[in-house]
Design a protein around this ligand. Structure first.
Ligand SMILES: [Zn+2]
Length: 96
């Protein structure tokens, strides 16, 4: 059965200088389609600016506690911004 994957970035995860456990690194971000990366880089939330969609210069993607994040640098203030990537499997019968 064909299933479409839809990636939704929820851009509300900005940890700043708070303590974080060491994330597990991987290199999947560069494997994502260009359109998807552009979308992720445009749909951001920066805590320091307090504004959405300022854009970021992408850095990396990693998994932490079973969740996937993409991390980059705010194009306006240069702070770290993170977005969680939520993958939902949509079956054709769910779209009716
Ligand atoms: Zn910012």
């Amino acid at each position: 059965m064909d299933a479409a994957c839809i990636y939704v970035a929820v851009g509300v995860y900005q940890f700043g200088s708070k303590k974080l456990t060491m994330p597990k690194m991987n290199c999947k971000y560069s494997d994502r389609p260009e359109m998807e990366r552009e979308w992720l880089e445009e749909n951001t939330w920066c805590d320091d600016c307090g504004k959405p969609d300022l854009g970021m210069n992408p850095g990396r993607e990693y998994e932490e506690n079973g969740r996937t994040f993409v991390e980059g640098v705010c194009k306006v203030c240069g702070c770290t911004v993170r977005s969680e990537i939520i993958t939902k499997i949509i079956r054709p019968e769910d779209l009716v």
